[in-house]
Design a protein around this ligand. Sequence first.
Ligand SMILES: Nc1nc2c(ncn2[C@@H]2O[C@H](COP(=O)(O)OP(=O)(O)OP(=O)(O)O)[C@@H](O)[C@H]2O)c(=O)[nH]1
Length: 729
Amino acid sequence: MHDPSALSQDTIVDNLDPKEAARLDKVRNIGIAAHIDSGKTTVTERVLFYTGRINAIHEVRGRDAVGAKMDSMDLEREKGITIKSAATYCDWIKKQPDPVSGEMKNENYNINLIDTPGHIDFTIEVERALRVLDGAVMILCAVSGVQSQTVTVDRQMRRYNVPRISFVNKMDRAGANPWKAVDGINQKLRIPAAAVQVPIGAEDDFKGVVDLVRMKAIYSEGQRGEIVREDEVPNDLREFAQEKRRLLIETLADVDEEIANAFLDERTPSPQEIKAAIRRATLSLKFTPVLMGSALADKGVQPMLDAVCDYLPNPSEVENLALDQRRQETPVKLVSYNSLPFVGLAFKLEESNFGQLTYIRVYQGQLRKGLNVTNARTGQKVKIPRIVRMHSNEMEDVQDIGAGEICAVFGVDCASGDTFTDGGLGYSMTSMYVPDPVISLSIKPKHTKDTPNFSKAIARFQREDPTFRVHVDTESGESIISGMGELHLSIYIERMKREYGVEVITGQPQVAYRETITNHTPFDHLLKKQTGGAGDYARVVGFMEPTGQLGENAFEQRIVGGTISEKFLFACEKGFQDSCHTGPLIGHRVLGARMIINDGATHMTDSSEHAFRTATRQAFRKAFMAAGPQVLEPLMKTVITAPNEFQGNIVGILNKRNAVISDTEIGPEEFTVTADCSLNAMFGFSSQLRASSQGKGEFSMEFSHYAPAPGQLQKELVAKYEKERAGKK
Ligand SMILES: Nc1nc2c(ncn2[C@@H]2O[C@H](COP(=O)(O)OP(=O)(O)OP(=O)(O)O)[C@@H](O)[C@H]2O)c(=O)[nH]1
């Protein structure tokens, strides 16, 4: 067996085994991400059709009531939105000109495609998909261009260094303008971008695209655009296409040295050189090529698939790291070699008719049926009983899966985000970013007979989705679920009913407030109980102060002369953490507080860890309440899009809810407002929006930051908390 830690990625990539290199060269793990309703599902449906995965196309919210293939949950089909990401494997036969003879030949690519949801409440799905994919297609609407969630998706792609191509969809719509999208990517997302195509015809008359690299017209013909016909560039487009080609080369010259040199020499680079430069610049995250088409009108999808193969990385071109749990120093690079020991990441769990389905990205080595793998988190060993490739909700059994690919396995009990390895490798993949929940509500089954199913559902959802959390309130004994927004939680409540037959009773949604301090405050606190028997004695001295910018809470000890021993200081830190968990002001978590202990006193016999922990808690409470305590509330970045005629209504509602509007964009048909709103003021917003826009308004809400709650609300919250506490005494 090789020792992979002895191999550097560079040495392996430089000396890539030709057989491995040829296999990997044809693999693409791709995500599709975009603003809601941009057409991700519609595009994916075409991809499945053109790659031969399905025989007919069904539309999202289509009249045939079948729904798109990738939206396999009932709820998804009804609402016409994508809730869960689904992975699909397909083969794409790309026609490639032979570099020598120029003759067209077929090249077979294996594409793993993940359809990701656009609604912010399901951000975790997008995060997970981006974590395991090597490249992405960012879809934009030809009318709206860069929208609020395009910006969110952009941030996520940056976080995981995902190279992307851009696809401007809906070129058939009235007012379609791909150049607005190209400008938006350059200016709003600040990634150098240039079109690699220009459209032939527009709106109803949109027929296809001109490929600016090869200067060829590409038409999608036949009943469903399945016939791709190449032709000369139409005369009336020639000059325009040349101009846009020059712009493409100029943009590339800014980000690619070879093209810059050609540019300086006043030489026009060859199509091969341009293509290679687009690939280099895309892979190094310096550029995104922009393609265009209309999924609904079946145009431009095949050239987009070609671009996936041409410009997005294969698994050996992406750096993936793991931590060696036995030697926590530098991360180890994983290499998509079949011959190395297996390392894979479980990135998604799903309940299926045949039991739990776990999606795994294989980073290194091969996953074989019957292989014994170890869960790096729990140390548990499991034998892989069954491996399948997923085609939306259908599956194909396979014996093994190569390094760099994606599959799903049955019979593996784990949590999302777990790393699996073969044999003695103690590797763990760096974890995903999981945002904190901002809303919670109490929940219980309506009928006690449903309790077992209720528990099953709750356990399942928690394992599937790390942003969905559940805890039992120690005081009320109620189960509390928390998540990323009202919609997020309402979807789980609905799934509980549909998938588990459990109706539930829920409490009022509760906002996750925080509490903080605003002043520097010293403390000197003595805990002393020395009346008979074993006593309690602990004295802690120091100060509390805000961390500034609401940073993480911090505990520091600056004891000189050993007035408090290490062991007791550790207990003090525990006491500090207890206090941060349940703040003194309203019992919510503390944010942005620092506590420093710089002196104290210990008693020979009466001091104990318990005494110091308690003393710190008491000191914390006193100092906190004297340090200008403040309630913080979550502010949500809310983006609303609706037809222009409803603008007055919607702005009115926002004003009533004290939202601060930061941006308004008015398009030919629709307007978009971006506002910061307090989550507390946004309850019931979705139904009000629906009512005031004839159901045509859409909104998304994403946690932005914590800010001081209005004085009146603070007073109410404090009074309520005090009343509750008094009631318990
Ligand atoms: N005119 C036009 N409409 C399109 C096109 N592509 C998709 N649509 C429509 O746009 C709407 C949204 O499409 P979807 O494919 O569900 O979009 P999505 O991005 O997957 O949506 P979410 O999953 O909810 O974020 C549907 O009504 C589609 O029929 C297109 O190329 N042209």
